[in-house]
Design a protein around this ligand. Structure first.
Ligand code: ADP
Length: 457
């Protein structure tokens, strides 16, 4: 059976309280009964001593026993529900009370019930001048005799115990309801948000305040999750529109041109065919990039690890880029820290892809006559590569997303050819190498990408 947190918590708290109250009531009751019994036994012992002393006095003042010696005690005994018998030194009865008389009388037992117990007697010596001159037998139907006041005192105490128990339970119940609400309400609220998120309402957030750390963490992480789902959703929508745009443009060009050629509107020249072939190549590159990305994302790629000299690798790439840079009259400048080794453990081809993407971006998003600086430095642990340009820069609001798949900065850049996959690949490859990449950029000023790759151990 499913139960709410609130119900379960209240049940546990109230159950514990009931057990605690019952236990303490039992212990208190037992302690009080024991103490009370001891007290009553004491009183009875004192009564017995008093009786013995009294009869000693009677013996002394009467100069022996006669039928009326101490008979005034009979009244007290009768009223207090016990029986007296006076015996002389030969254990001959001087006088005695009939215990049947008190048997018929109502008296109370320790339990407060009325019942007739077993008649028991105790015999006490009456000593005068170190000589036993007689005996007094005290008999009663209960080991301890209780008066009406004694009983009502005990009942009162028991009532107080029950009352305080009930009161405690009431208070605990109220507190448990309030307490469990403190737990259950925020959790209920957060679970509502998560259900709403799971239904696709990515704008749902919880705004409950709680001073319970775990609940605050839970709320924050659910809100974070909502935030991420929301941005992923936006990204996905943008990605679909980007991909369709990316594919539609070359496809349209191809279609229009091919149709025009078929209709004989434009002549079929090698130049024209070359242009159309470029579009097809661009198409192929896009699909290739998507394929590599898919492989990396589904962990299908295993790194072919080896020692890679980053300096050598960068020099090779820069050589390949001179022509492209020259077209925009962009200077490529490489600097390296002297007397350092730049050897890391990595996959040569994948790392090459990283720097090709970064350097091609810094040329692609640079202005005519711009510059690209490539800086290599190294410390004991890692090799650091900075790729800096003074190009168009990246908008502040775009910066957090540039490593996301298909993110291509603001729309006006769409005229610059690209697929928005390059940096995603860069980041993935570096992550596989336990490397990092950071970016700093100012719009219209330029961009710096800093790559850090751990050296071989
Ligand atoms: P693309 O194929 O569009 O170059 P990338 O993933 O390589 O895709 O880059 C994503 C986006 O990041 C680019 O569209 C661009 O807006 C921005 N970007 C990347 N590098 C630079 C740079 N050096 N200068 C300015 N913007 C850049």
């Amino acid at each position: 059976m499913k139960q709410s947190i609130r119900g379960r918590l209240s049940f546990i708290i109230i159950f514990c309280a009931v057990v605690a109250v019952l236990l303490s009531a039992l212990i208190v009751n037992k302690t009080i009964t024991d103490t009370f019994n001891k007290y009553m036994e004491n009183i009875q012992t004192q009564r017995n001593e008093r009786l013995v002393q009294y009869f000693q006095q009677v013996y002394k003042s009467d100069g022996g026993w006669n039928l009326t010696s101490g008979e005034e005690m009979m009244h007290e005994a009768y009223m207090s529900n016990y029986c007296l018998s006076l015996l002389d030194e030969n254990k001959k009865v001087v006088w005695e009370m009939n215990h049947e008389d008190i048997k018929s009388k109502n008296y109370m037992t320790m339990n407060g019930t009325q019942e007739t117990g077993v008649y028991m007697t105790s015999t006490f010596d009456i000593n005068v001048n170190n000589k036993t001159v007689g005996y007094i037998i005290i008999g009663q139907y209960s080991p301890i005799l209780l008066s009406q006041e004694d009983i009502s005192f005990k009942t009162q105490i028991n009532k107080s115990i029950v009352f305080s128990g009930v009161l405690t339970l009431l208070i605990v119940s109220v507190i448990s309801l309030i307490l469990s609400k403190q737990f259950s309400e925020p959790i209920k609220e957060v679970s509502k948000t998560s259900v709403s998120l799971s239904k696709g309402n990515y704008n749902s957030r919880s705004n409950i305040k709680s001073n319970i750390e775990e609940i605050t963490n839970l709320t924050e992480s659910i809100n974070d999750l909502g935030e991420k789902l929301n941005s992923q959703d936006l990204l996905r929508k943008r990605l679909i529109s980007d991909i369709s745009h990316e594919i539609r443009t070359p496809l349209n060009i191809l279609q229009n041109n091919l149709e025009a050629m078929i209709d004989g509107i434009i002549p079929v020249t090698t130049d024209k065919l070359n242009n159309l072939n470029d579009e097809v190549i661009r198409f192929g590159k896009l699909l290739n990039n998507l394929n590599v990305l898919k492989q990396i994302e589904s962990n299908e790629i295993a790194l072919k690890l080896g020692l890679v000299n980053i300096e050598e690798l960068l020099s090779n790439i820069i050589n390949d880029f001179y022509i492209a840079a020259d077209e925009k009259n962009i200077k490529l400048i490489m600097n390296k820290q002297e007397n350092k080794s730049f050897i890391v453990l990595g996959d040569y081809d994948k790392l090459k892809q990283v720097f090709i993407n970064l350097i091609s971006n810094s040329i692609k998003f640079n202005n005519i006559n711009g510059t690209v600086w490539i800086n290599i430095s190294s410390d004991i642990k890692s090799v650091k590569i900075k790729i800096k340009d003074n190009g168009i820069g990246i908008k502040k609001e775009d910066l957090p997303y540039i490593f996301e798949r298909m993110y291509r900065g603001d729309k006006s850049r769409q005229k610059i050819e690209g697929s928005g996959i390059g940096l995603t690949l860069v980041k993935k490859i570096l992550t596989l190498h336990s490397g990092t990449i950071d970016v700093e950029s100012k719009e219209n000023k330029g961009t710096v990408f800093t790559v850090c790759i751990n050296k071989k151990d």
